[in-house]
Design a binder for this molecule. Structure first.
Ligand code: GLA
Ligand code: ZN
Length: 681
């Protein structure tokens, strides 16, 4: 594990050395400034192909050799990228097949980035060649700790002949016969029967099974491309771990599936801080993505990129207010990141991102506000170095499934606006985040359910028979499952379950949904629970109880008293069902009570004020204030040391606006609690 090789947490940045080859004085300054900022790792070569290979087979590694040597002598580690994220012009000119083709058959012109064809034999060959050279040349360099394969793979569609042929082979493997394919895609509808594989063209949004399989293929083909790219790295440098920097989901790739091929997860975190008066929801979303990143492989990850200041690609990109840089960096660590890294070290002088902030801005000094905050983060990370590799005990999880998101996007439901799959998953997860209850964000397919006490399945519209069985056995053995409206409506081929939903699980939940009513924006629907009327919106299931399910809440806007929330004891466990979309305050209370009832513990017994997040990692408590005002949190009788300043904290934790406290229990005399196990790797 990288953190084993490199003691402590990583603090680093993308270093685009090649942009400054004619400015030796600035390159010299970089070395000094890196030491000042506590930078210990740099990611190099990410978009360097046209400089590394100026024509087919014409290599120029001199500048990269120099970069490696200078960083190494300066005490920094190196993450080396493969350059496939952006292709050189000579390659597109010589082999036009490397450029993607649009759905109406037009080959794109050269330019931009992240837009190569993933099936192109020529592109794959060219990548293998340059990657082989990189592995042979730098694989044994003592500064190299990790491969950064390509950059931010995405799910862009290419309709070139090679992609179409690959898609049809993928379909043949999946279905074997056209009869099976026609049945799975329900092609009797609108006369869509296919009688030859060549007739299949993946641009017909009226065939949902086709579109879903096309999306799956794009994702699989991207993974296949990644594997082709990494083959020489695995072969020549078996000791160097491999990552690729995932983007914020959802970009059309199944990251749960992709993750299985990485040694270390890394991702690029760009929350839109200060874009609205309340940063709480922004912090919640970032927390969800961090927890998703940790959950992919169930171990610490790297935050490969973040902006030390503002981005330049949001409608309005705000600078981080005082405190926010340290706070947002520490948030990543609190959720399991072993690094804080930036895009980028030195702000580009030209190009599309010349107004994106960097550690060294155009101003060019080490006493800027941004630089000082980066340096402060650097010294903080040093103090927290013992956290590297540590884990958190987690008892609850929310299922977030990329393929389900694609199926929901395709679905033309009676209410198709504001389906908001990701947003709703984040809202359910939010109840745990607010209460200081650690929560994983897991895959229905790859994750092991038995590790958890409580799992939430929000809007799991597409439910495979296999997942249904996993849920059944989870509840049977004592687990607590919560499902919502729109769960289990279709199988993995996007064919509706007959006889009531959630498909294959009506006995587990003790109910069958007869129909789902839509609630229009102007309508008011409410349900009564615990003596309180809660708002319901968007969807409302009309259910029939089956077996002994208990009704916990009823809708009140209609004369019929229809169930809104139910609970069913199934063997050793309990299955709850939320028939409607609820307001956040309901979820906050519902999950808090559920956790209390079923023994899922928060990391502290405190009342946590709005906009404050408390996380435990490696036996240390992170208390983070995302409010723009000072907050005092009542922290009980325990005596803590604030690792930030060595102060003793007892009774009250005082947090500055965007402030953070990192608390070690004093009764442990500074030692880490044994509660959190060290990651075995
Ligand atoms: C992404 C990319 C970087 C850069 C940043 C800017 O994460 O990987 O190359 O474009 O965004 O925010
Ligand atoms: Zn293609």
């Amino acid at each position: 594990m990288i953190t084993g090789q490199h003691a402590g947490l990583l603090h680093g940045a993308d270093y685009n050395y090649e942009q400054w080859l004619n400015s030796k004085d600035l390159l010299d300054n970089d070395l000094l400034y890196m030491r000042e900022a506590g930078i210990n790792v740099l990611a190099v070569g990410i978009f360097s192909w046209s400089l590394l290979e100026s024509d087919e087979g014409v290599y120029n590694f001199g500048w990269l050799d120099e970069c490696f040597e200078r960083l190494y002598q300066n005490g920094q580690k190196i993450i080396l990228a493969t350059p496939s994220g952006s292709k050189p012009a000579w390659l597109s000119e010589k082999y036009p097949e490397v450029c993607q083709v649009t759905a109406n058959g037009i080959r794109q012109t050269h330019g931009g980035r992240h837009n190569h064809c993933r099936s192109s034999v020529k592109y794959r060959e060219a990548c293998v060649r340059i990657n082989t050279r990189l592995a042979e040349r730098y694989g044994t360099h003592p500064a190299l700790i990790l491969w950064h394969v390509s950059n931010e793979y995405n799910g862009m569609h290419c309709y070139c002949p090679q992609c179409l042929a690959a898609f049809r082979s993928w379909l043949k493997k999946r279905y074997e016969t056209l009869d099976a394919l026609n049945a799975a895609w329900y092609t009797a509808f609108w006369s869509h029967h296919f009688t030859a594989w060549e007739q299949i063209y993946p641009a017909d949004p009226s065939i949902h099974g086709l579109m879903l399989d096309w999306q799956r293929f794009i994702s699989d083909q991207t993974i296949d491309f990644f594997l082709a790219e990494t083959e020489p790295l695995r072969r020549i440098t078996p000791g160097i771990p491999i990552t690729t920097n995932f983007q914020m989901p959802d970009v059309g790739l199944d990251f749960h599936k992709f993750a299985r091929h990485l040694d270390i997860i890394s991702w690029d975190n760009y929350p839109e801080w200060h874009n609205s008066p309340d940063d709480g929801p922004v912090a919640l979303k970032a927390a969800f993505f961090h927890d998703l990143s940790r959950s992919y492989l169930g171990k610490p990850f790297l935050m490969m990129e973040s902006s030390p200041g503002a981005t330049n690609w949001q409608g309005v990109s705000k600078k981080k207010k005082k405190g926010m840089h340290v706070l947002s960096s520490i948030q990543a660590v609190a959720h399991g990141s072993d690094s804080v890294q930036y895009f980028q070290w030195r702000q580009s002088r030209g190009g599309a991102e010349k107004f994106h902030d960097a550690v060294i801005t155009h101003f060019g000094a080490d006493d800027t506000r941004i630089f000082r905050e980066v340096a402060e983060t650097g010294s903080l990370l040093k103090k927290l170095s013992a956290l590297a590799g540590t884990a958190t005990e987690v008892q609850a999880a929310v299922v977030y499934d990329f393929q389900n998101g694609w199926a929901l996007d395709n679905a033309q439901l009676p209410r198709s606006i504001e389906k908001n799959y990701q947003k709703e998953c984040i809202a359910q997860y939010g109840a745990f985040w607010k209460a200081g209850i650690s929560c994983d964000v897991i895959s229905p397919e790859y994750s092991d359910f038995e590790r958890y006490r409580l799992i939430v399945f929000p809007m799991l519209y597409m439910l495979s028979e296999k997942t249904a069985e996993k849920i059944r056995s989870f509840v049977r053995q004592g687990g607590v499952a919560v499902a919502t409206y729109l769960t289990g409506m279709v199988n993995e081929s996007d064919l509706c379950y007959l006889g009531g939903t959630p498909g294959n699980l009506t006995d587990v939940f003790g109910l069958a949904v007869e129909e789902t009513e839509t609630i229009a924006g102007y309508e008011t629907q409410e349900f009564l629970m615990n003596g309180h009327n809660w708002k319901a919106s968007h969807y409302a299931d009309r259910i029939r109880l089956r077996g002994g399910a208990q009704v916990l809440a009823v809708f009140t806007a209609d004369t019929e008293e229809l169930p809104a929330v139910t609970a069913n004891e199934y063997e050793k466990g309990t299955a709850y069902y939320l028939c409607t979309r609820t307001e956040q305050t309901f979820m906050d209370r519902f999950y808090r009570e559920l956790c209390e009832k079923h023994g899922v513990q928060a990391c502290v017994p405190w009342e946590i004020p709005a906009g404050v997040s408390v996380r435990e990692r490696g036996g240390v408590l992170f208390v983070m204030n995302f409010n723009c005002r000072e907050i005092k949190v009542l922290s009980g009788e325990n005596v803590y040391t604030n690792l930030l300043n060595g102060e003793t904290v007892s009774g009250t934790v005082s947090l500055q606006p965007y402030g953070v406290a990192i608390l070690a229990d004093k009764s442990d005399s500074g030692e880490k609690k044994s509660k959190a196990q060290n990651n075995p790797e």
